[in-house]
Design a protein around this ligand. Structure first.
Ligand SMILES: Cc1ncc(C[n+]2csc(CCOP(=O)(O)OP(=O)(O)O)c2C)c(N)n1
Length: 309
């Protein structure tokens, strides 16, 4: 765990004055990631999405480090290419500085459109950290559903109405897909647990190989809640176990934030407008299915973490 006093001495490399919404989790993710990196030089690449669009409005930038905006589908490929060039320059003695490489993508750019480039970069073993700031929909273009959108959530392309009750499918489990790549470090985190996330970023940057963090990142617009509730809402995702905080380091599972008492999922869903329709009497069965699914997955995760002991 990191010490806040020590951390406060680290440079801030994502400045204020960007144009992300008040309460946006993505800005918090970027800022904490760069604080975690301390004074180590970093190159950041980012897919198109809210984070990129709002922090790099020409001729301004909110980034005090190198920043490479690539296409929606290839943040990981771009980052891995830069890392390969760096390795070659280092070998040739043309560069001596120690540099780390971090790629950001939203869930649309990670779960869906950039999945092939992410998979390739991880499999090739590049020393880079990929962070998916997962706000569970394509937010920048108007809240369309993605492979990360949870069942029952209202989006503009899976609307709640007479015909359907929000997204009908389960989200894909990208964290498990990344674990299946057999890379040295994979983790899930949430924006509300800053110490847990920063510790994970530091661990990931120390790994001599690929690493991946999937961080749940509330979007006050798409999730439809009060902007001041970003941190507490994200923590509820961990406390209800709909988004457990865990890591897999060299194949060993560890639950990093163990809820004192597992809360019912409705405590996480209720404050969000995107789930409002689920609280109608006729939709009680959907809530029940969501809770059952969480309970099952939580038991599996606890089992995986226990067999490591
Ligand atoms: C190949 C391609 N398809 C679609 C777009 C349009 N587009 C730009 S940003 C965006 C949404 C990004 O969603 P996500 O990755 O979840 O990030 P967020 O906006 O939520 O931060 C889309 C669809 C694009 N730029 N390129």
């Amino acid at each position: 765990m990191v010490n806040l006093k020590d951390l406060s001495k680290n440079p801030e490399r994502v400045t204020g004055g960007h144009r992300l919404c008040a309460g946006c989790g993505a800005g918090i993710v970027a800022r904490q990631t760069l604080i975690a990196a301390g004074s180590t030089a970093v190159v950041v690449t980012s897919a198109t999405g809210c984070l990129e669009v709002s922090t790099t409005i020409f001729p301004y930038t909110a980034w005090k480090n190198s920043f490479f905006h690539s296409a929606f589908e290839n943040s990981a490929a771009t980052c891995s290419g830069i890392e390969a060039a760096y390795k070659s320059l280092k070998k040739q003695g043309r560069i001596s500085e120690d540099i780390r490489f971090i790629a950001f993508g939203g869930d649309g750019g990670t779960y869906d459109i950039g999945l092939q480039s992410l998979s390739g970069a991880m499999e090739r073993g590049h020393r880079m950290l990929y962070i998916c700031y997962n706000n569970e929909a394509y937010m920048n273009t108007g809240i369309q559903r993605s492979g990360a959108t949870p069942k029952g959530a209202h989006t503009t392309t899976a609307p709640a109405g007479k015909i359907c009750q929000g997204k009908e499918q389960n989200r894909k489990d990208l964290t498990q897909i990344m674990i299946a790549h057999n890379i040295p470090y994979v983790a899930q985190a949430c924006v509300g647990n800053w110490n847990d996330f920063i510790t994970k970023v530091q661990k990931a940057l120390d790994v001599n190989g690929p690493s991946f963090i999937n961080i749940l990142t509330p979007c006050r617009l798409g999730w439809n809640y009060k902007p001041e509730d970003t941190m507490s809402l994200a923590r509820l995702a961990v406390e209800t176990c709909i988004w457990p905080s865990f890591e897999v380091e060299n194949d060993v599972y560890k639950i990093n934030v163990m809820p004192k008492e597992k809360k019912p999922v409705v405590e996480f869903l209720k404050p969000q407008g995107r789930f409002k329709h689920l609280f109608k009497q006729e939709n009680a069965h959907i809530l029940e299915t969501i809770q059952k699914d969480i309970d099952k997955k939580w038991e599996i995760l606890k089992y995986r973490a226990s067999v490591n002991c």
